[in-house]
Design a protein around this ligand. Structure first.
Ligand code: DSN
Length: 423
């Protein structure tokens, strides 16, 4: 069953952890909205000989020799990235989403300049300037929020007022715990009014944008998108920056990534990105992305039936945020733990204006990219949501948990993770 013959022989200690993780992923349902299962082809590329190579620079302009195949491979990956996101330029070297955002900030701004981004407590991300981050010492971050937590509508009037007052260099759209579409057109109009760049951090919704299921910020004139490649896009763990059309911005971004922030790019991961992008360009990927949203809607329906408060009133994308403490008296940590016990993995999460703490908040965040990769559809999404609600309502019932654990295992056996996604 395993691909780890050599590790098994030479390193039994580490091998045991790989076997454990294989088993965990095989027998449990992954509902962390930022996780997914990649194809065997992506894993082959990620474990390939490109890991041996130093390739500082960009195709045709490297600092070391021996780049015939790395150049060809990176060019293929860049071309595919541009096709997926309707971009003219792409930098496929950022090591992750945080690295991509930091490089983007330095490319577009001078220290002390201002970014207007979504408040973390309303769904934004740490790298959008949370006070605990290093980047917060370099740039000035001001924030926008939802106007109405019940609908998720962003307060665009307030966003404009803050923009006029603080004159940000960047208006940053994007989130890691928000379930509605954004009005990119309005944000772009406000950015034009104050002379700001428009950047969308689309890390969570990359796959949905690439498939055309959610709006592409570039269709509304946004300048840049930053992202990760391992979430709904179903690629290897890594980051990327794409530029709609400005060569000047693309050059500044390339300089900021290397030599500005990073050393040798991880060429095995760049190759794996290329493989994943080809999969995402296949027409079957659109069907997958549509199903992600249908499955999230099916889960939404169950939570609503049980009167469990959903932040933003529901979802337009792949994720949901539920106020389990307010609705069921179960904390986010308790919910995460009890769901873990029955083989459903998700994460506790702060909700907007949460009275509790980050380590034991009021909410849970869950989503459908990974379960949809296994071929699960609305019936399975509904069943999973019902299992979740049942166990959260009776979290100390050991007999019930044993029964539900068996049901989750059975579901997983019926929907194994496929090796390949292209026919
Ligand atoms: N850690 C990722 C997430 O789960 O949303 C983003 O940073």
């Amino acid at each position: 069953m395993n691909d780890y013959t050599f590790i098994q022989q030479q390193d039994p200690e580490l091998y045991a952890t790989l076997v454990g993780e294989e088993e965990r992923e095989r027998t449990g349902v992954e509902l962390i909205p930022s996780e997914n299962y990649v194809s065997k082809a992506v894993r082959e590329a990620a474990g390939s000989v490109f890991t041996n190579k130093y390739s500082e620079g960009y195709p045709g302009k490297r600092y070391y020799g021996g780049q015939e195949f790395t150049d060809a491979m990176e060019r293929i990956t860049i071309d595919r990235a541009c096709q997926l996101f309707k971009a003219k330029y792409a930098n496929v070297q950022p090591l992750g989403g945080a690295a991509a955002n930091v490089a983007m900030y330095f490319a577009l701004m001078e220290p002390g300049d201002t970014v207007l981004g979504m408040d973390l407590s309303h769904g934004g991300h740490l790298t959008h300037g949370h006070p605990t981050t290093e980047i917060n010492k370099v740039f000035n971050f001001v924030r926008y929020k939802m106007k109405d937590v019940a609908t998720g509508e962003i307060d665009y009037d307030e966003l404009r007022t803050v923009a006029l007052e603080h004159k940000p260099k960047i208006i940053l759209a994007g989130f890691s715990a928000y379930s509605r579409e954004l009005d990119y057109e309005k944000m772009k109009a406000i950015a034009d009014e104050v002379g700001a760049y428009t950047v969308a951090d689309v890390a969570h919704i990359t796959g949905l944008i690439a498939a055309g299921v959610l709006k592409n910020p570039f269709d509304y004139g946004f300048d840049v998108m930053t992202m990760t490649t391992h979430k709904s896009l179903r690629g290897p763990r890594g980051g990327m920056i794409v530029v709609r059309e400005s060569e000047e911005l693309a050059k500044r971004i390339n300089k900021a990534v290397f030599p500005g922030m990073q050393g040798g790019p991880h060429m095995h991961i760049v190759a794996a990105k290329g493989v994943a992008f080809k999969e995402a360009l296949d027409p079957s990927f659109r069907t997958y992305a549509e199903q992600i949203v249908k499955n999230a809607k099916a889960m939404e329906a169950v939570f609503k039936e049980h009167d469990i408060r959903l932040l933003a009133g529901g979802t337009d994308n792949h994720l949901l945020l539920a106020d389990v403490y307010g609705s069921l008296g179960v904390t986010g940590q308790e919910a995460e733990s009890v769901l873990d016990e029955i083989g459903i993995t998700l994460n506790k999460n702060m909700i907007a204006d949460d009275p509790r703490t980050a380590m034991d908040p009021s909410g849970i965040r869950f989503g459908t990219p990974a379960m949809t990769t296994r071929g699960m559809q609305e019936a399975e999404a509904t069943k999973l949501a019902e299992l979740m609600v049942t166990v959260m309502k009776d979290k100390d019932n050991a007999e019930l948990k044993t029964k539900l654990r068996a049901e989750v295992k059975e579901l997983c056996e019926a929907f194994p993770v496929p090796d390949s996604f292209v026919s």
